[in-house]
Ligand binder design. Structure first.
Ligand SMILES: [Fe+2]
Ligand SMILES: [Fe+2]
Length: 202
């Protein structure tokens, strides 16, 4: 499935990935697969945290429960790919991208604002992951891996949409859109300040 122009526009990311990144990723395959595996693990873990924290929100719990399974399934797919290639799952690195995003999350103040930021940060990580997987699905020399990443790209596009939909389910749509733009703007600055490294998804 090719992402529609609409989906690309909705993704809204302001800074496309540096084209050199795919080439760097291809030559550090063990590193990129390790990092990818942990991204999937963190996605599963965060969905569990959201379910625990917002257990009173029926739709959120219903919608995120299967995502936990899906993200963990992604982790297992990446792990299998490492083993198939005789590569090993390395150590988890410090995730500078996510740490930077967390700095933008409102820590105090109104409960709804913190809830909104939690959902939007997840949407943003899914959107950026989707964009990165798209780059890999188009730019890698290995045809098998191009298809491998195409499937992840499709999945993460669905998750990105789900987190935005959840935000709009529980909060005023205008408020969601305004804050989403602020997040996109902030993410642009974070991406621009990041070193281009082939052993990192973000
Ligand atoms: Fe995933
Ligand atoms: Fe995801």
């Amino acid at each position: 499935m090719e992402l529609s122009q609409d989906t690309k526009n909705i993704l809204g990311l302001q800074l496309p990935t540096d084209p050199r990144w795919v080439d760097l990723a291809e030559i550090s395959l063990e590193g990129i697969l390790t990092d990818h595996a942990y991204c999937e693990q963190k996605a599963a873990t965060t969905c569990i945290t959201l379910i625990q924290r917002y257990s009173d929100k029926v739709k959120l719990v219903q919608d995120l429960a299967p995502i936990v399974t899906e993200e963990w399934g992604h982790f297992r797919l990446v792990l299998a790919e490492l083993h198939k290639r005789g590569l090993h799952l390395g150590k988890q690195r410090k995730d500078q991208y996510v740490n930077k995003l967390m700095e933008f999350q409102r820590k105090g103040g109104h409960y709804d604002d913190r809830f909104l930021d939690h959902l939007l940060m997840m949407a943003l990580i899914e959107a950026r992951s989707c964009e990165r997987f798209k780059r890999l699905s188009e730019g890698l020399n290995d045809e098998y891996l191009r298809n491998f990443y195409r499937r992840f790209m499709e999945s993460e596009a669905g998750h990105y949409t789900l987190f935005l939909e959840l935000a709009e389910t529980y909060m005023d749509k205008e408020k969601v859109r305004t804050r989403w733009k602020e997040w996109l703007h902030y993410e642009n600055a974070v991406m621009a300040s990041q070193e281009v490294r082939g052993d990192r998804i973000h």
